[in-house]
Write a protein that binds this ligand. Sequence first.
Ligand code: PHE
Length: 357
Amino acid sequence: MTSSPLARLGEQTTDLLSTIGSLATLDALIEAEPSLTGKRSLLSTLQKSLGSLEPDDRRAAGAQLQAARRVVEEALSARRSELERAARVLQLESDRLDLGDVVDSAVVHALSVGHPGLIATTQSQLEDVFVGMGFTVADGPEVESDWYNFEALNIPPAHPARGMWDTFYVDLGEPETVVLRTHTSPTQIHLMEEAVARNSLPIHSVMPGRCYRRDTPDASHLYSFHQIEGLVVDRGITFADLAGVIETFTRAYFGSDITSRLRPAYFPFTEPSAEFEVTCTLCRGGGCRTCSFTGWLELGGSGMLDPAVLEAVGIDGEEWSGFAFGFGIDRCAQMRHQLTDMRALIENDTRFLEQMS
Ligand code: PHE
């Protein structure tokens, strides 16, 4: 008895399937197709050899071979779709418009994402410290009438103290002179007026914002800078409360090795008035050029609310007392980050901006 021509069909089918699986390109598949399923393929050769079989055997073998052919043809068509899809992707990639002439496609720069600048960051850190101490945060206009910026603060026209603030005038007109605020103190007036109108005293607020002075910029002055004002109006407020708030703030913001001290000073809207100084953040009090070898740096002004100011806004100075303070936000940023030149804060040099992000 001769062995069936299909004795190795299973093995042969497996070989064909693995050949199909290894076809790597559409061209390779097209080239291999005749030898896999065409007239000269193994399957066709086997088909022909069935002629020598007995009719019954031939029918059975024919069905077997038919099934094998179907498996091979399906595998071939699946592989064809796969390779076609891959070819399409390649085609799309190579068709993509190359803007090499317009942009430098060889160098792809990382996108740099914006972030709050040092002044904004410092402002919100300062707000956080004061909010933690029970203060609310308020806002005021940058363009003020002479009355808010000066007169209500006990600085009448032609008062010699006006020389303390070199002022940008927006309008010298009658009846009202309009200025760019030279400090955040006019916001005190707005707050007190509102509290009187709403009968909502006491006040415990800080007021950050931009101010302007006709100063020539140098390492420690900008013509546009930022201050944060503090105002407390309550019953039984004393100078000790002012000193306590300044000291608590100083340690909370600069660190527990930095302390504050008050020195007598003059401001028309506070009486008594004090300048406040903090330990030099560069030498930590040892004495260096920045602090003129004193170990202290001046940060801002403060004092008990002058009765003339309370009167200007209609607050009864017999019942209420309070204090105010004001200092530079930019100066805080400079001190905390030990910037030798404050102008770095407004120059927008991207190297500086990135370093301070
Ligand atoms: N407004 C003052 C200044 O800019 C600082 C200050 C604020 C002083 C509040 C006393 C009270 O110079």
